[in-house]
Design a binder for this molecule. Structure first.
Ligand code: AHM
Ligand code: MG
Length: 368
């Protein structure tokens, strides 16, 4: 259609968020401005990620086999370092933020007056670092809180349970650049139209399938999910024997082993699940959101609290999952109820389709 060639009535992300915010009479447009700055950061990083691939191809500065770097002004920078600077600058210059927590920075950033605003942003500027150099999808993850008192922002403003987040999202730098966002009223996905430089609503009101056919986990860690099955047999045996006298608990990690065995060799006649694992949380969660299934990063012997970070990995993704009709569980509780004590705290996480997470919860409950 000739008319389709100039669809200027498209739903851009700015228009979408403005519409959403206009439902709140007290809204001053601050959130829309903040989001615009996040979107700018995403576009910048998207373009850097794409250029980095090319730079590598033509052998930037004659080097081969180095980590993808990109020219930033006079110097070359590693992509994750650059992405962090991009987001810090974009967030501070929005004039709407006060406390920033980035996976790349040990300490939180407190925004000084006159640039200080009411929002706290926790983010992982470029997640999936092991995938940067081979061009596999990577992404940015973010969560947004409201400060208690903008005259006196403290770390406690971000050490809040995930359910207090006002919004969360991620941007995936993949075969296309996709931004998935929730402001607490469902989940919507936007795809960057490179010719316009605009994110267009392409996935309205995303709902995760109630049950999925895919499980996603780094199964190479299975040996660390805890010792040989023999030990499990022994413990269950002695427990059966002494159950009246002992409150001995099975190490939880056996449950993961059992769950994964169930995915591969279901005993109830159902078909086995497919395994998909990219090692980029954004890409693995994105697929889980669209196709259904479960994503697991359990605790193991080496990482007793799992690997993923509560504030800027576990919380935003759990927020999106719940908003899309799925669930997120830590092995002990609803992930969004967790109250972090440290900004870089980790937690095990199981998230995805409602029924699949329900199964993991049942396994854990049976061990209580
Ligand atoms: P990173 O911050 O070093 O990139 O680590 C986070 C990533 C996640 O994107 C992904 O889910 C996980 O690490 C994969 O870990 P593993 O390589 O242990 O499977
Ligand atoms: Mg990360």
């Amino acid at each position: 259609h000739a008319a389709d060639a100039h669809r200027t009535d498209l739903m851009t992300i700015t228009r979408f968020v403005l519409n959403e915010q206009s439902k709140y009479p007290e809204s001053r447009g601050d959130f829309t401005i903040l989001l615009n700055h996040i979107v700018l950061g995403c576009k910048f990083v998207c373009s850097a990620v794409n250029k980095a691939g090319l730079a590598k191809l033509i052998g930037l500065a004659g080097e081969t086999n180095v980590q993808a770097r990109i020219w930033a002004g006079e110097e070359q920078k590693k992509l994750d370092v650059l992405s962090n600077e991009v987001f810090i600058k974009a967030l501070v210059s929005s004039g709407r933020t006060c406390v920033l927590v980035s996976e790349e920075d040990e300490e939180a950033t407190f925004v000084e007056q006159p640039k200080r605003g009411r929002y706290c942003v926790v983010f992982d500027p470029l997640d999936g670092s092991s995938n940067i150099d081979c061009g596999v999808s990577i992404g940015t993850i973010f969560g947004i809180y409201m400060v208690n008192d903008s005259h006196e922002p403290t770390l406690d403003d971000v050490l809040q349970p995930g359910k207090n987040m006002l919004a969360a999202g991620y941007c995936m730098y993949g075969s296309s650049c996709t931004l998935v966002l929730s402001t607490g009223e469902g989940v919507n996905g936007f795809t960057l139209d490179p010719s316009l430089g605009e994110f267009i609503l392409t996935h309205p009101d995303i709902k995760i399938p109630k049950k999925g056919k895919i499980y996603s986990v780094n199964e190479g860690n299975a040996k660390n999910w805890d010792g040989p099955t023999a030990k499990y047999v022994l413990i269950s045996f002695s427990r059966a024997l002494f159950s009246a006298f002992t409150s001995m608990q099975l190490p939880h990690s056996f449950l993961e082993l059992r769950y994964v065995e169930k995915c591969k060799f279901p005993k109830d006649g159902s078909s086995s699940k497919s395994l998909r694992y990219i090692g980029s949380m954004v890409a693995d969660v994105h697929r889980t959101l669209l196709y259904g299934g479960i994503f697991l990063y359990p605790a193991d012997k080496k990482s007793p609290n799992g690997k993923l970070r509560v504030l800027y990995e576990v919380f935003p993704m759990s927020f999106l999952m719940e908003q899309a009709g799925g669930q997120a569980f830590t092995g002990k509780q609803r992930a969004l109820d967790l109250v972090p004590n440290k900004i870089h705290e980790r937690s095990p996480i199981f998230l995805g389709s409602y029924d699949d997470v329900e199964e993991i919860k049942a396994l854990y409950a049976a061990e209580e």
